[in-house]
Design a binder for this molecule. Structure first.
Ligand code: KQY
Length: 373
C-alpha cells in the first residue's frame, strides 16, 4: 500500500533502536568487487552476526537467486532465508526505515501500526562519487520487504540512507552535515528543507547536526552510525581518540563540542560517553588483492585507513551485537563501556568484524530492525 501523506501526519514516528523488535532484516554479501575472495570471509562473519542476533529476535536474511543455496547452507535453520535481488547487502541503507504508531483509530482508516519509509538511494553519492554505478536492484529492496510484510510504504524522493540517521524515540534525530548536506545527495535542497523532511518522515521535533562523521568513512561521506549514537534519551556514545596526531581527534573534539551544547527534543542535556576507536587499522596488500578491481565498484587500495568504530553496533532485543577488530586493548574497552551504557543487555562480541569494515561499513550497516507493533 503506497501512502501519499508523510508518516508523522498519520501519527507514525521512528522508534529508538532499543524499543522492541519483531525481527531483523539482513542482506547476503556477494559482489566480488567489494568483498574480498568472492565474499567468503564476509559471508562467514555475516553468518556469525545473524546467528548471534537470532538468539534474541527472529531474523530474515535476503540472498540473490545465485546465492540462496549458499546462504541457506551457511545459516542455522531458525533463520529465514528469502530470495531477493540487490546490488549489495547494506540493509541499513537500502532497506526501509520502519515507523510505528499507537492509535487504534487511525486517520487513514487502516489498522496498521507499523509502516516503512522507502527513501531514494544513489549508491552513497551517484555515478561519479558513489560506491558502484548500477544500483537499480537496491532501489526495490525496501519496497519488496514492505510488500512481503504487507505493510504501508511511504516513498520519498529525497536521497537518504538509514545509516545517516539515529533517533532517541523522544523526538530527536542525530545526523551529520558531511553526509546529508553533501552535494552528491540532494544538491537542490537546503539544510532547512532536509530538516523539515526528517521531521515530517521520522516524526522528530529536533535535529542535532554533527559537522563530520568518522575519519576515513569516505564510502558513506560520514554516516552518523560510525560516529555517534544514542544509548538512551539524553545519552550518546561518541567515537573517540585521545591521540592528538590522529586525524580522528579533531573530528571527535568538534562533535564533542557540538553535543556538549545541545539538549534533546525533551530538553535533556546530553551526557557524552567516549567510545575509543580501534587501531588505527589499514587495508593490507593481501586484502586489497582479494577484491576484484575490474568491477564497477570503487577500487579498494592497500594502505587505506579503515572506517572502524565500535559505535557501529546493533541493538537487538536484549543484546548489543558488537564489532571486534582483533585489537585486544580497544576491543575489551569497548565491551566494558557498552556493558556500562547498556546494563540490562548482554554485550555479544563478533570477532572478525574487520571483514565487514573492509567492505565499507559494519554491523549496524548490515542490519535493519523491524519494530514490534
Ligand atoms: O555505513 C553504512 N551504513 C553502509 C556502508 C556502505 C558501504 C558501501 N561500500
Amino acid at each position: 500500500m503506497e501512502m501519499k501523506a508523510a508518516p508523522s501526519h498519520l501519527g507514525f514516528h521512528m522508534p529508538a533502536e532499543w524499543e522492541p523488535h519483531s525481527q531483523c532484516w539482513m542482506g547476503w554479501p556477494e559482489r566480488p568487487d567489494n568483498w574480498r575472495d568472492n565474499a567468503k570471509h564476509a559471508q562467514h562473519v555475516l553468518s556469525k552476526v545473524a546467528t548471534a542476533i537470532s538468539k534474541f529476535e527472529p531474523i530474515t536474511v535476503c540472498a540473490s537467486a545465485a546465492q540462496w543455496e549458499n546462504a541457506r547452507n551457511q545459516l542455522p535453520t531458525n533463520i529465514r532465508v528469502l530470495e531477493m535481488s540487490m546490488n549489495d547487502s547494506w540493509f541499513r541503507d537500502i532497506g526501509p526505515t520502519f515507523v510505528v504508531r499507537k492509535s487504534e483509530v487511525n486517520s487513514d482508516n487502516t489498522e496498521h501500526k507499523v509502516a516503512g519509509i522507502d527513501w531514494n538511494f544513489n549508491s552513497w553519492g551517484g555515478v561519479d562519487d558513489g560506491c558502484y554505478t548500477d544500483w537499480t536492484l537496491d532501489l526495490f529492496v525496501a519496497r519488496k520487504i514492505l510488500g512481503n510484510e504487507r505493510l504501508p510504504r511511504f516513498p520519498h524522493t529525497m536521497i537518504l540512507e538509514g545509516g545517516s540517521i539515529h533517533v532517541d524515540g523522544e523526538g530527536t534525530c542525530l545526523t551529520t552535515e558531511e553526509c546529508l548536506l553533501n552535494e552528491n545527495r540532494n544538491p537542490n535542497m537546503s539544510k532547512e528543507q532536509i530538516e523539515d523532511e526528517l521531521k515530517a518522515y521520522l516524526g522528530v521535533k529536533k535535529v542535532i547536526w554533527l559537522p563530520r562523521g568518522l575519519y576515513g568513512d569516505d564510502d558513506t561521506n560520514g554516516h552518523i552510525d560510525n560516529m555517534c549514537c544514542f544509548a538512551k534519551p539524553g545519552v550518546v556514545l561518541l567515537s573517540w581518540t585521545d591521540d592528538e596526531t590522529d586525524p580522528q581527534y579533531e573530528r571527535s573534539m568538534e562533535a564533542f563540542s557540538v553535543l556538549s551544547n545541545e539538549r534533546n527534543a525533551c530538553g535533556r542535556k546530553l551526557e557524552i560517553i567516549k567510545l575509543h576507536v580501534p587501531g588505527p587499522l589499514f587495508m593490507t596488500n593481501e586484502e586489497a588483492a582479494g577484491v576484484a578491481q575490474d568491477g564497477e565498484a570503487k577500487p579498494r587500495l592497500p594502505g587505506t585507513r579503515l572506517a572502524a568504530s565500535y559505535v557501529n553496533f546493533y541493538i537487538a532485543n536484549g543484546a548489543i551485537i558488537t564489532p571486534q577488530f582483533g585489537d585486544q586493548k580497544w576491543d575489551d574497552e569497548a565491551v566494558r563501556v557498552l556493558s556500562r551504557a547498556f546494563p540490562n543487555y548482554q554485550v555479544v562480541r563478533i570477532e572478525g568484524a574487520r571483514e565487514i569494515v573492509l567492505g565499507g561499513g559494519n554491523i549496524h550497516c548490515i542490519t535493519q530492525q523491524h519494530p514490534a507493533a
